[in-house]
Design a protein around this ligand. Sequence first.
Ligand SMILES: [Zn+2]
Ligand SMILES: [Zn+2]
Length: 124
Amino acid sequence: MSLADPKSVKVNITTGTGVDIEWKDGHKSHYAFQWLRDACPCATCSEERTTDGRKPGDPIKQAASLLPMYKPKLRPESANPVGKYAIHFKWNDGHESGIYSWDYLREHCRCSECHTPAATDKIQ
Ligand SMILES: [Zn+2]
Ligand SMILES: [Zn+2]
């Protein structure tokens, strides 16, 4: 697989809409902050996803008996590039272990062109 390389990266912390990446090949990707948090590539989150049988970005299943709690809308407190290959988020829920490589993000592009639910289901 070719190395993903962004031309521009926009992290919309103030508006809370997510991350917009335009790639060198002209492709554009958008990632919601909640999706990014649920797709955290760190060892702990990957393990939790494997245990729950979730794919990267799938929301954590909550027990139906639990009352919904008011939580501040998830967003990063800061976002910083890691070398030339990745981006790091410090989330407002205190988590900050995940390093999101451009490869990882491009692989999980959310656009309708790249993300067809049928194709993803087949892999499982
Ligand atoms: Zn994590
Ligand atoms: Zn795409």
